[in-house]
Ligand binder design. Sequence first.
Ligand code: IPM
Ligand code: MG
Length: 358
Amino acid sequence: MHKIAVFPGDGIGLEVTAQAMKVLRKIEEISALRFETEELLAGGASIDKYGVPLTTENLEKAQKTEAVFLGAVGGPKWDNLPSEKRPEKGLLALRKGLNAYANVRPVKMFPQLVFRSPIKEEIVKGLDFVILRELVSGIYFGSLRGIERLPDGAERGFNTMSYTTFEIERVARKAFEFARKRRKKVTSVDKANVLEVSQLWRKVVTTVAKDYPDVELSHRYVDDCAMQLIRDPRQFDVIVTGNLFGDILSDESAMLTGSIGMLPSASVGDKVAMFEPVHGSAPDIAGRDMANPLATILSLAMMMEYSFDQAVLARRIEKAVEAVLADGYRTVDIYTEGTTKVGCDKMGDLVVQKLTVA
Ligand code: IPM
Ligand code: MG
């Protein structure tokens, strides 16, 4: 029996997580695996019930499981709370509390969705790279932060981006190890032409690279990388970068594939890994059965591989998603004329149907 903590979160997080759970139950039918899931509150849902975006008790519960699965957090209802109380803080506390320092975001083009990409087919066709985003440090966690009142009555807001050698090294190692299993290319992204923190980042990544002579390392400034992702995204294999740059570049990369509703993620670190779609809680479409559950279902596939060592099952889930797309089913975000529009719930059922005994 494998123990999983499930945080559906807010907004479409609830709907998409429900679809992934259907897939999980189906996996139990077609394999010898058994999962004990406990649903816990995080984000706005936790604020409403407990007054905080993540309780210590729920974090401790998550730490005692084998894997954590999360939908999405946030929504306009909680937007005006002070930053310590916002739903996003719950997510950050969970990542930090699990020490899930390496966030793996695969960016893969599904052939059926090439036409949905805002970028020309010849540029995005066959796209396949991974963003490794540092997830528990950098400017999101810099303790020198705040909004202060100046003598003249105006305000000053500030945050600090900091990385230690240790923090850079461990995520860099993950990047090189990933690249070894892929096309053996690492691109480290920083802003070393301006920021000291990036100069250290570059130095440490370069040192780590010496242990991986079979992997080719290159460096790019983040602004250049943002441009290259549109100009020639297929040049990338593994991109390794800090928390803020990774957040931004992964949303940009998602758009290359046609929809952010397709991108899964895994956050790995010490022991308990965490799995969540790259997209947010999409309050504008929440509760209307319009969300795309595929990113979440693909995150479940990543969980099978990373936490339970079930690579074969992971591939089967991915194949099931591909098969549903090949049959022409689309949620509204990936819909094109001539395909069949379905809701979130139906999309979940379709993937489950494809997961019959091999
Ligand atoms: C993401 C999200 C989160 C982040 C938000 C919701 C805090 O944008 O997972 O990319 O910035 O990490
Ligand atoms: Mg983001």
